[in-house]
Design a protein around this ligand. Structure first.
Ligand code: SAH
Length: 240
């Protein structure tokens, strides 16, 4: 990393208050700005310049938040943290994204593959299904996760505008995309980052298994899992 890029902050986005509250409380010299109703907290976390925001659930909220953060703060890396539904991994486990996909983007009637997105590159368009997270950040997060918790996984995280609480859908996500977790913001933040050529990472703690039990498991475990992902990030930030 060059000296110039080290001076840029790390951006941190969570969808819910419980996912960012602990990190915001630990920020030194917290300066806040409100843009489009989103509150951006800029300060130092363990000596590292950071900007932290809550975006509210969903792809549009999270993409707007990431875009504003990129334009206003020029982060060198954007990390999306929080909770997710596990696909074949246990409640309380941690999943770090190797790649992100949007499972609800469906152009298949026109012959394009499921999840195949297009973005503009000037007059041209570029298509992709999966976006790769920053390899180094993902490795560091996974390594730290493994030293603290038993169940730490690297894999595809699937994003869509739906809370998944259906075992058949969860199996389909694994068979179709190789997903290990499902949530509602990771891949839209990844897309905003990719369009702006900013590296990203996604870290999620599993609050439920995206099945019939999820409506009960999510409220029971989300807070504890949100704390877990925030604590891991706080412990790891100086290495990122
Ligand atoms: N109004 C609720 C909405 C929660 S939506 C609230 O704010 O409490 C669920 C959130 O947790 C989303 O941000 C999503 O990323 C994550 N999540 C956890 N389990 C999920 C699942 N099974 N399917 C989709 N998203 C899930």
């Amino acid at each position: 990393m060059t000296e110039a890029s080290r001076q840029k902050p790390i951006g941190i986005i969570g969808a819910m208050t419980m996912e960012v509250k602990g990190l915001i409380a630990r920020l030194e010299e917290d300066k806040t700005r409100e843009i489009a109703g989103l509150v951006f907290h800029q300060g130092r976390l363990d000596g590292v310049d950071c900007v932290v925001a809550k975006c509210a659930p969903g792809k549009v909220n999270s993409a707007v938040c990431a875009q504003i953060m990129i334009l206003e703060y020029s982060p060198r890396l954007v990390i999306n943290l929080g909770v997710a539904g596990g696909v074949g991994v246990g409640i309380g486990d941690l999943v770090v994204a190797s790649q992100c996909v949007q499972h609800d983007f469906d152009p298949t009637p026109l012959g394009d593959p499921l999840g195949c997105l297009s973005i503009c590159r000037g007059e041209e368009e570029e298509s992709f299904i999966q976006l790769h997270s920053d390899k180094q950040a993902a490795e560091v997060l996974l390594e730290e996760a493994k030293t603290i918790y038993g169940g730490a996984h690297l894999g595809v995280i699937a994003t869509g505008d739906a809370f998944v609480a259906d075992p058949a859908k969860s199996r389909w996500l694994n068979e179709t995309f190789g997903a290990k977790a499902v949530e509602m913001e990771g891949a839209s933040i990844a897309q905003a980052c990719y369009m702006n050529r900013v590296p990203f990472a996604v870290l999620r703690a599993i609050s439920d298994n995206a099945n019939d039990e999820s409506p009960a498991d999510f409220p029971a475990f989300a807070k504890e899992c949100a704390d877990k992902s925030a604590q891991l990030l706080a412990k790891t930030i100086a290495r990122l």
